[in-house]
Write a protein that binds this ligand. Structure first.
Ligand SMILES: [Cu+2]
Length: 351
């Protein structure tokens, strides 16, 4: 992944069609619907080549910032709405992304979040920034026509203002505008026709199913607790390292489970990725971006000492699946476990 073996798979359907003339009328792919993979790399000053520290298990933060494999690139855009699909491709960097006018740092520029991880939100949410942990995806809508007219600028940058000094995680300090690391620059050109929906008209994309646990039809069969901690220079879940030969617990097919994820430490943040089924967040300690997390998700970034409570509805798939930290160095050393889904589940509450 660090060498660039990663990419997007965009999925369209009869509602999210990739054509602004149909379905939800989201900006057309590929001209106005653009995947952006953010990553940082460490450069060896002696050779100029990308390098890596094999003996550092905390994580790696780079000294150059890339978007789609290029160092701080620019993109020519027209005055209309664009959909950007933003991925944190790690290996250990967290982002709080803002739009910055480099010629007027006092401007606060709004945009819209429409999707989180693999799912549209029920309706667009207007923001001035959002937080992204490794492997999380946010789809945003930026209206460059409105930015040009309201803020009088022809240049705007996607800027990460979240301070992070090492691979353990961000400090949670938000740097002032222009003092962060910009990921890419947009150079705004001519006005062109725009057939996409205006997020300000509150288009309705999606109904989120009920997760009220007082409703008997969504009562969890079991609550399981997972504690993410460090041990012996590596990383553990419930005090154990990953074993490829051991299935840690068995989920019952067609059942509901509640999982508690607990970050046992105030110095590290862990973006936890869970395979197979997506979850909804019932409650969490960190309230930084709650409204844009009102969706089904597959990555939950555990903030310092945070406890998060997740709701799962397992369906009819059987098989073996992992859960792991997506700080890739934590994952490799060896913050991961395997679980399975079978016809009969077990009752391990701290597996
Ligand atoms: Cu981690």
């Amino acid at each position: 992944m660090y060498k660039g073996l990663s990419g997007f798979q965009l999925v369209f359907n009869n509602l999210d069609t990739g054509d602004e003339g149909s379905g939800f009328h989201l900006p057309s792919f590929p001209a106005f619907d653009i995947p952006i993979s953010l990553a940082d790399k460490l450069i060896d000053p002696g050779t100029g080549l990308v390098c890596f520290d094999t003996f550092e298990n905390d994580g790696l933060v780079g000294d150059v910032q890339l978007a789609n494999g290029k160092v701080q690139p620019f993109m020519d855009v027209n005055q209309r709405r664009y959909r950007l699909r933003i991925l944190d491709n790690g290996p250990s960097r967290f982002y709080q992304l803002f739009l910055t006018n480099p010629n007027n740092l006092s401007q606060v520029i709004p945009f819209w979040v429409i999707a989180n991880d693999g799912n549209l939100l029920p309706t667009p949410v207007q923001v001035t920034s959002f937080r992204l942990g490794v492997a999380e995806r946010y789809d945003i809508i930026i209206d460059f026509k409105q930015i040009a007219s309201q803020f009088g600028t022809s240049v705007v940058r996607l800027e990460n203002r979240l301070e992070q000094n090492d691979g353990r995680g961000p400090t949670n300090n938000i740097l002032s505008a222009g003092r962060g690391i910009y990921c890419m620059e947009f150079r705004i050109g001519a006005q062109v026709p725009d057939g996409s929906v205006d997020p300000a008209t509150a288009p309705h994309f999606y109904n989120l199913p009920s997760t009220s646990l007082t409703d008997a039809t969504v009562k969890p069969r079991i609550t399981r607790t997972f504690t993410f901690d460090q041990s012996d220079g590596g990383w553990v879940i419930n005090d154990r390292f990953m074993s490829c030969n051991r299935i840690r617990f068995t989920v019952q097919r067609n059942s509901i489970e509640r999982w508690i994820l607990q970050n046992d430490g105030g110095e590290w943040q862990h973006p936890i990725h869970i395979h197979l089924e997506e979850f909804q967040i019932l409650r969490r300690g960190f309230r930084g971006s709650a409204s844009v997390e009102h969706s089904r998700k597959d990555v939950l970034t555990l903030n310092f000492d945070e406890r998060a409570e997740l709701f799962f509805r397992f369906r009819d798939f059987r098989g073996d699946y992992p859960m792991h930290c997506h700080n890739t160095l934590h994952e490799d050393h060896a913050m991961m476990l395997l679980f399975q889904v079978q016809d009969v589940g077990d009752n391990k509450t701290s597996p």
